[in-house]
Design a binder for this molecule. Structure first.
Ligand SMILES: [Zn+2]
Length: 244
């Protein structure tokens, strides 16, 4: 397989895993069957390595996961399937944080830049001996990183955005996405979080149980429970598990 084929293969497998975990979760709603952190981390490392031309270290190291092939800059790679915060142990030279979109089997960039710029916002958790960084802060700081301090992607990578999505480099898709955004409203965009902390994980493309409604995958960001909702209800849904 070529490198591109390998990534395409991985993308398909992520979508399959996501489908399987949803099926199991539907049968055993009392338990969570989400992908765990190590698997997410490894998937994202492989995808980032391909997308940004980074050679991964064979032995996993504490501060950096790999280095940029063209210039040797050392990079810590973080993947997340949640949109609240990430865990990090030490200040890296460079940091790339990506959201793993399991529905589409792709990554979306949250932060790309020097570790320096975000480190003052890291909060130490003494009981765990690690730091956390909020995704919303990472997104905010990312906007201020000069282009020459970013690690240039070799394939186009979508920019992650809570509620509204920006695209980098793909003008055509950007236009059609904006049209979609105007037509659908922000509550139906993947990543939208309603006032009850319920997140829209994306359209399931199957009919809902109201007239003309389509189902969306939802997740409670308080307890992690995942369920389905009619499009018209995304903005107002509460967690079926927490609000019992
Ligand atoms: Zn809940």
């Amino acid at each position: 397989m070529t490198e591109d084929q390998k990534i395409e293969f991985l993308s398909e497998k992520i979508k399959e895993i996501e489908k399987i975990t949803q099926e199991i979760g539907a049968v055993f709603p009392e338990k969570s069957f989400k992908l765990d952190g190590i698997l997410i981390g490894n998937i994202v490392e492989v995808m980032v390595s391909h997308a940004y031309g980074i050679r991964l270290y064979k032995q996993s190291k504490k501060t950096h996961d790999g280095e940029v092939v063209s210039d040797g800059r050392k990079v810590q790679i973080k993947g997340t399937q949640k949109v609240d915060s990430i865990v990090i142990r030490e200040k890296p030279d460079y940091l790339i944080v990506e959201y793993l979109d399991k529905k589409r089997g792709c990554i979306c960039e949250i932060y790309n830049g020097p570790g320096n710029y975000v480190w003052e916002y890291a909060s130490y958790v003494p009981s765990m001996n690690f730091y956390t960084l909020r995704v919303s802060k990472l997104l905010e700081i990312d906007k201020t990183v000069p282009a020459n301090e970013k690690i240039e992607a070799v394939v186009p990578i979508e920019k992650f955005c809570k509620g509204e999505i920006e695209f980098q480099g793909i003008q055509k898709e950007e236009t059609s996405f904006k049209k979609q955004l105007n037509k659908k409203g922000k509550t139906l965009i993947t990543g939208y979080v309603n006032r009850n902390n319920q997140e829209n994980l994306g359209c399931l493309n199957k009919p809902g149980n109201h007239n003309n409604q389509v189902l969306y995958a939802m997740r409670c960001n308080n307890c992690g429970f995942e369920y389905e909702a009619n499009g018209c209800d995304v903005a107002i849904r509460k967690c079926p598990r927490c609000s019992k």
